[in-house]
Design a binder for this molecule. Structure first.
Ligand code: NAD
Ligand code: USQ
Length: 390
């Protein structure tokens, strides 16, 4: 297939591009390097050194003999996005190209506005471009499990059957997300649902849980093919952060009691799930929703797992920076990808150890001043210096 990977320079987009290219798909990656700019803005950086996209693509050709084409396009530019779809004429578009950090979206007004404008406008431009150029293009969109929040009832995969005053219908599952970032995904989901109903587009919304891990079969082939690995309090996700903290011998930062439970998955399963979605497209007019995670874990439980693997590590209960339930019911369905044949990499001690070892290997470059959370959810932050141009 000819596949466009939007956000193909990111943590997940780059390994997905390599994985698909290795399987003989014709892959085109698109990025505007927004993520690299956030590092410059906030003084952050990947634990693992990452090559430029140009170098990544050149190295891949050398290592595998396969070509990945690259385009620098900001998908909030509607004309450029339409031109891109016209020029590439993909059979499928995988859309990773969003601002993806919840804390970043909660810094202040400007960062909330930037997050929602970037994510909602980019997706809207893409929907129009697909509808105008070729409605049979399969849109595979990265959503998030956090769209649902933590309701006191079971979470279904996308839709809920409701009986109200004697009548029944199937509705999009009610959403109660926990940040302006997660809200941007809810807005996307509604826009995609409408475009499918109105224009007959075909889309898969992958409501992905928190991803952990770094190495995939292809990224491990050369240091220039490595994907980024974030450990800071803005972009670092929970297990990746705990592994680096344990490696450095500093306390693992459990926010509050640590009873927050989340769906999680290994980065290698992200690759497999995207591949399964591509190989099994929905029908025209359908927005199909998959809950893309393989296991659920409590935050404290994760810290305890890491501690056990390293033979004892300190756990600190940090005053909770986020507005979220510290203990709650959580029972989300996740059978659709398993039904399509997903064989998950469940979290084992070896995977945890490999992340701790990554922390040990690159530990000298860690900036410990970006470890503790400083962004508070419960009151709007004062404008950050310079508003970051947003
Ligand atoms: P990332 O920030 O590393 O990658 C996103 C990429 O998209 C970046 O390279 C960025 O420069 C690019 N981008 C952003 N806005 C763009 C625009 N307007 N035009 C062109 N390029 C743009 O994030 P990631 O961790 O790889 O996540 C990818 C997707 O998966 C996101 O949509 C995210 O919400 C979703 N997701 C991630 C996780 C996770 O744990 N990392 C979990 C669930 C869902
Ligand atoms: N947490 C801690 N300590 C930390 C970091 C996080 O206790 O040092 C807690 C958070 O309070 C939260 C949970 O761990 O309860 C998960 O936090 P996270 O930062 O790992 O993940 P989150 O902010 O939810 O966002 C990440 C990705 C985002 C994706 C989402 C999937 O950054 O792009 O959408 O995971 S989900 O959570 O399912 O919505």
């Amino acid at each position: 297939m000819r596949i466009l990977v939007l956000g193909g320079d990111g943590y997940l987009g780059w390994p997905v591009a390599l994985h698909l290219s290795a399987r003989s798909h014709e892959v085109v990656v698109v990025d505007n390097f927004l993520r690299r700019n956030y590092d410059l803005e906030l003084g952050l950086g990947s634990l693992v050194p990452i090559a430029t996209l140009q170098r990544r693509v050149a190295r891949w050709k050398e290592v595998s003999g396969r070509e990945i084409a690259m385009h620098v396009v900001d998908i909030t530019d509607g004309y450029a996005t339409k031109r891109l779809i016209e020029e590439v004429r993909p059979e499928a578009v995988i859309h990773f190209a969003e601002q993806r950090s919840a804390p970043y979206s909660m810094i202040d007004r400007a960062h909330a506005v930037h997050t929602q404008a970037n994510n909602v406008v980019g997706t809207l431009n893409l929907l129009f471009a697909i509808a105008e150029v070729d409605p049979s293009i399969h849109l595979v969109k990265l959503g998030t499990m956090g769209e649902y929040g933590t309701p006191n009832i079971d979470i279904e995969e996308g839709y809920l059957e409701v009986t109200h005053r004697g009548r029944s219908d199937v509705v999009l599952y009610p959403k109660a997300p926990g940040s302006f970032y997660h809200l941007s995904k809810v807005h996307d989901s509604h826009n995609i649902h409408f475009a499918c109903r109105a224009w007959g587009l075909m889309a898969t919304d992958l409501n992905q849980g928190v991803v952990y891990g770094q190495a995939t079969e292809e990224t491990a082939m050369h240091p220039d093919l490595a994907t980024r690995f974030d450990y800071d309090h803005v972009f670092g996700t929970v297990l990746n952060r705990f592994a680096v903290q344990a490696a450095l011998g500093i306390p693992m930062t459990v926010y509050g009691k640590g009873g927050q439970t989340r769906g999680m998955l290994d980065i290698r399963d992200t690759l497999a799930c995207v591949e399964l979605a591509l190989a099994n497209p929905p029908s025209a007019g359908q927005l199909r929703v998959f809950n893309q995670f393989t296991e659920t874990f409590g935050v404290l439980e994760l810290a305890e797992r890491v501690s056990k693997v390293v033979g004892g590590a300190e756990i600190a209960h940090i005053s909770p920076p986020r507005a979220e339930a510290e203990e709650h019911y959580y029972n989300p369905a996740h059978t659709k990808l398993l039904d399509l044949g997903l064989r998950p990499h469940l979290l084992d001690d070896d995977t945890i150890l490999s992340l701790v070892e990554l922390g040990r290997r690159y530990g000298a470059g860690v900036d410990q001043s970006v470890m503790l959370p400083t962004i508070q959810w419960r009151r709007p932050g004062p404008p950050a210096t310079g508003d970051a141009g947003h």
